[in-house]
Design a protein around this ligand. Structure first.
Ligand code: G3I
Length: 391
């Protein structure tokens, strides 16, 4: 296989890298670390802050993280930190089709119910993730759902799931990742829509159907479109931002009930092309459509950073603070959730592994639940944030 050019490698976002396999790419980047740590940068957090959630609430904002009951129930230490640091949880996997749908005519709400009960018990809000996605589908889906019955399966699913939790969900990721991977654009479709079973069976109408079914099932929830590979000043991500905007404009012009946009925000520690003005312009383009904004899956991939922990932690913290400084400056931003709270539990431990085999360090707390510079960086960004008119 011809070695990928450095440019091509950089074009691969977290999602693309997951597709290619990390050892190959990490090796290709082995010698060149693209981001130099600033050892003079001050990451001192606001002195009185102990909880990111409590700090966020002083700005009428929300902070939280993704998790699920298996971890919370077996790890009391982690559970305690989630309760202390968060005002909002999002289900990492328990509300996906694969978890909810053991069979075409069956639902299993055990995990989702347990997470909601945990949230209610600890006075936490809960985000639902995700009603319509092309991944985490049950094994029976491909041999059962087709052009004739896809709308019925989608409607039944959304009615049952969003209907069951109606009035108890802060916001739903109604549709997740409907636009193609940034590096794959321009794709075969001029609209950049990812060719998923939903698109194949229902055409682009599946997007509007999903939001209308969700609005009917839970009129109280904030209904969101959620996507990634949008954060950097790169030609491929510029194409993705354009495709996302065009899709949302089409949907909103038809009166589709979309209330907010979710920036997944899986940041890349090695990526140097972060341009605050480009990001701010895109956020304001989305806001001009009447959308609120949430940062929904925030973490920083440190796979291609130096092994040295202090170096890595500084680069990761800078990525957090630089990104959140832009996002938290926007009145339309209402919530920030990380995709995990501690390095003890991160999807990147499986999907973003380092070639040197060292544990990854993408999240605010380390594997011993100690605050890292990343935690400080998030606290600093919230401390400097403007207050939001509404969370
Ligand atoms: O629960 C089963 C377990 O019973 C089984 O033994 C094991 C065998 O591999 O699999 C377990 O399920 C895994 C599940 O996570 C729970 O751990 C699935 O294999 C695994 O594919 C699944 O990965 C999740 C992934 O989405 C796919 O659904 C990650 O935890 C989750 O962090 C990741 O999150 C996604 C967002 O939903 C969308 N945005 C991107 C983000 C990162 O990929």
């Amino acid at each position: 296989m011809k070695p990928l050019s450095r440019r091509r490698i950089l074009q691969l976002g977290a999602g693309g890298i997951v597709g290619l396999g990390t050892p190959f790419l990490a090796k290709a980047l082995q010698k060149e670390y693209l981001v130099a740590p600033d050892f003079s940068r001050d990451f001192t957090p606001p002195s009185t802050v102990t909880s990111l959630h409590r700090l966020a609430t002083t700005k009428n904002l929300l902070f939280g993280t993704a998790t699920d009951i298996p971890v919370l129930s077996r790890d009391a230490e982690y559970s305690r930190h989630c309760i202390e640091q968060c005002g909002l949880l999002v289900s990492e996997n328990a509300m996906k089709w694969r978890a909810l749908r053991p069979a075409p005519d069956q639902f299993d709400f055990t995990g989702a119910d347990a997470l909601l009960n945990f949230a209610l018990q600890h006075n936490l809000l809960l985000r639902g993730h995700t009603l319509v996605w092309h991944l985490a589908l049950p094994d029976w889906f491909s041999e059962t759902v087709n052009t004739q019955n896809a709308e019925r399966y989608m409607q039944e699913h959304i009615q049952a799931v969003a209907g069951r939790y109606a009035g108890q969900i802060h916001s739903w990721d109604v549709v997740n990742e409907a636009i193609e991977e940034a590096f794959a654009l321009p794709s075969s479709r001029s609209d950049g829509l990812r060719v998923t079973p939903w698109l194949e069976y229902l055409g682009e109408d599946y997007l509007e159907l999903a939001f209308r079914f969700a609005a009917a099932a839970d009129p109280n929830a904030i209904l969101m479109y959620n996507d990634y590979d949008l954060e950097y000043d790169r030609p491929d991500q510029a194409r993705k931002r354009e495709a996302v905007l065009n899709m949302l404009e089409r949907l909103i012009s038809r009166g589709t009930p979309i209330h907010a946009f979710g920036f997944q925000s899986h940041l890349l520690g090695h990526e140097t092309r972060f341009n605050p003005d480009i990001l701010q312009t895109f956020v304001r383009d989305l806001t001009s459509l009447g959308l609120k904004i949430m940062v929904t899956e925030l973490d920083v991939l440190d796979r291609d950073l130096p092994a040295d922990v202090e170096t890595r932690d500084r680069i990761v913290a800078a990525a957090y603070e630089d990104y959140l400084t832009v996002m938290l400056n926007e009145p339309s931003l209402i919530a920030v959730t990380t995709w995990g709270l501690s390095d003890r539990y991160s999807w990147l431990s499986e999907f973003g592994t380092r070639a040197d085999g060292l544990p990854v360090r993408p999240l605010p707390l380390d594997e011993n639940m100690q605050r890292k510079l990343a935690w400080n960086a998030i606290a600093r960004a919230f401390d400097q944030a403007r207050s939001s008119p509404d969370a």
